[in-house]
Design a protein. Structure first.
Length: 563
């Protein structure tokens, strides 16, 4: 285990931006069969190699646009050095900037009532796309493998017993990429320069290219939940090839935050459990989130809007579009059509990969129950996604109509009158309409998802609560990937507590190695059990609390009565 004292100095500067030496023939080569791949660099501080941008699927172009991933073609004509980085086409909703402004004012103690209102759907839609990240390409199905030197050396001698961590990024299913620095995690798995786990990060298709769906789209031959199919294909790649890097395919732990955590829950329940065991053995969903979409009307409307934006009338015409036209339409639809808290695209119930919502599948026993699970959530998940102008029950109902446009009136009435009634005397976990709305989002979109997992795995699982103030959604990611830099207590978006960061990293890596989370010098991480025990990671203490999600509200949300 990494000692808490002095770890900052040990890890300063550890990262994949500072290789010990440039690309050259001395870097190791791994023969994947379909291609030969050389390490991009070696990090001498951390003692690990980075095999960057390994193609795990064929380019999803032409007829493979809107189609399930396929195996890459053989290309052994040259050694691939992975020098060209790729990210999938993406966009961000326009409401995100005002939401960030609101949070900034909230953190600084400034007035929030005057926060700039969000851009309403369809407003100021432009045919122009801002300059793209030069890595943007539809041909984006690549992954990275970071492997400690001693593990790779062991592989050369036939060793293949190292645990594997696979990161699935978040970003609302419309943005994000695999480029995250795992140096801190690798150090936490061993003794700074001698890590004991392999780290893999993957890209998957996003937005319209990754999550188009609906009756017409699927009848024309389009596959729904393509981003999920990409993830599954990459996880199967890990099963087939990770031994070449020294990894054990039977010791794979997937972890991811937000959309990444939501993706993991969809992977756990993939195909309703009808295709046997999933291609991993352990899971760490962090703040797993998605907006439940069952409505065929909603899916059809989203697809028809995409056709309208591209001046096409069919999937065949969409597949024939130039990439720049596809990227432009995706940008306009997500940026300008998305109402507050919406991302337009995300996982849907499609009758195949997702035969029902994950919560329902978990309740029915339709999932791989052989897994070991450690779930996490934050104290204030819903704040970022709650419009700052909410002042009444009618505002809350209006916002619910935005998030769940096809929810029956009876469900909305039950939410606002019975589950979350307008009682602000402290008997409920809110004291005003805004915090009431934030709790609805917190539980309905994020935290109840972690609760569904516990009884599904007979409460023989682990759960933690990230509570370092302000504990907003996503603020734990910097702790997961802490690399030992200086602590700035005045920057709440970064790491403000080194002890919590190191403990979280040790919990993740020890779980990957042994199936039991453990960290030196902090309270023992107990199983969830019948008492709904959750380990709270706070700036003041790491202690055990009862899961606030073990309530009737979450049991109602699990029924999936919102469309």
């Amino acid at each position: 285990m990494v000692k808490l004292a002095g770890v900052g100095a040990a890890l300063l500067g550890v990262g994949f931006a500072h290789p010990a030496h440039p690309q050259n023939s001395s870097l190791p080569v791994v023969d994947l069969g379909y291609e030969i791949h050389q390490a991009s660099n070696f990090n001498e501080s951390g003692g690990f190699y980075n095999f960057s941008n390994i193609r795990y699927a064929a380019p999803p172009l032409g007829n493979l646009r809107f189609a399930p991933p396929e195996a890459p073609a053989e290309n052994r004509s040259a050694i691939n050095t992975g020098e060209i980085g790729r990210i999938c086409p993406q966009a961000s909703p326009a409401w995100g900037a005002p939401a960030t402004s609101f949070l900034t004012n909230l953190l600084l103690g400034l007035p929030t009532n005057g926060t700039t209102p969000y851009v309403p759907p369809g407003a100021n839609a432009s045919s122009l796309v801002p300059p793209l990240d030069p890595r943007t390409s539809e041909d984006c199905l690549f992954l990275d493998v970071f492997v400690p030197e001693k593990i790779l050396n062991s592989a050369k001698k036939g060793g293949c017993g190292a645990p594997v961590l696979v990161w699935i990024y978040g970003g609302g299913y419309v943005n994000g990429n695999k480029f995250t620095n795992p140096a801190g995690l690798l150090a936490a798995s061993g003794n700074v320069t001698d890590g004991e786990v392999i780290y893999v990060a993957l890209n998957y298709r996003l937005g319209a290219l990754g999550f188009s769906s609906g009756p017409t789209y699927q009848a024309e031959g389009g596959a729904a939940n393509l981003g999920m199919l990409d993830q599954r294909f990459a996880l199967e790649w890990v099963q087939e090839y990770i031994h070449l890097f020294g990894g054990d395919k039977n010791k794979v732990t997937v972890f991811g935050e937000s959309a990444g955590g939501g993706s993991i829950m969809h992977q756990i329940t993939a195909y309703g459990g009808l295709k046997g065991k999933v291609p991993f053995q352990q899971a760490i969903p962090q703040s797993p989130g998605w907006t439940p979409v069952l409505s065929q009307v909603q899916q059809e409307g989203t697809y028809q809007r995409l056709l309208n934006l591209t001046n096409t009338t069919s999937l065949a015409e969409l597949r024939a579009l130039p990439t720049e036209d596809m990227i432009r339409a995706n940008f306009i639809q997500i940026t300008y059509d998305a109402p507050y808290s919406s991302y337009i695209y995300g996982p849907v119930v499609d009758g195949s990969f997702a035969p029902a919502l994950p919560g329902q599948l978990l309740a029915r026993g339709q999932y791989d129950n052989s897994l070991r699970v450690m779930a996490g959530h934050n104290t204030n998940e819903g704040t970022y996604f709650t419009p700052p102008y909410i002042q009444s029950t009618s505002d809350i109902i209006s916002q619910l109509r935005v998030s769940f446009p096809y929810a029956p009136t009876s469900s909305l009435d039950y939410i606002t009158s019975t589950l979350y009634p307008p009682i602000y005397n402290g008997s409920y976990p809110y004291t005003n309409p805004y915090s009431r709305a934030a709790l609805i989002t917190t539980e309905g979109i994020f935290t109840c998802n972690t609760y569904y997992l516990q009884p599904a795995f007979s409460n023989h699982s682990y759960s933690y609560l990230f509570a370092v103030p302000p504990a907003f959604h996503g603020f734990d990611v910097s702790y997961t990937f802490y690399t030992g830099g200086a602590i700035n207590p005045l920057n709440p978006t970064g790491v403000t507590n080194r002890t919590v960061a190191i403990a979280l990293q040790e919990f993740i890596t020890s779980f990957a190695k042994t199936g039991k989370p453990d960290a030196e010098g902090v309270k023992m991480f107990e199983m969830y059990g019948p008492d709904a025990k959750v380990l709270e990671l706070d700036a003041k203490d790491i202690t055990e609390v009862r899961d606030s999600n073990a309530n009737e509200r979450c049991r109602w949300w699990q029924k999936g009565l919102m469309s």
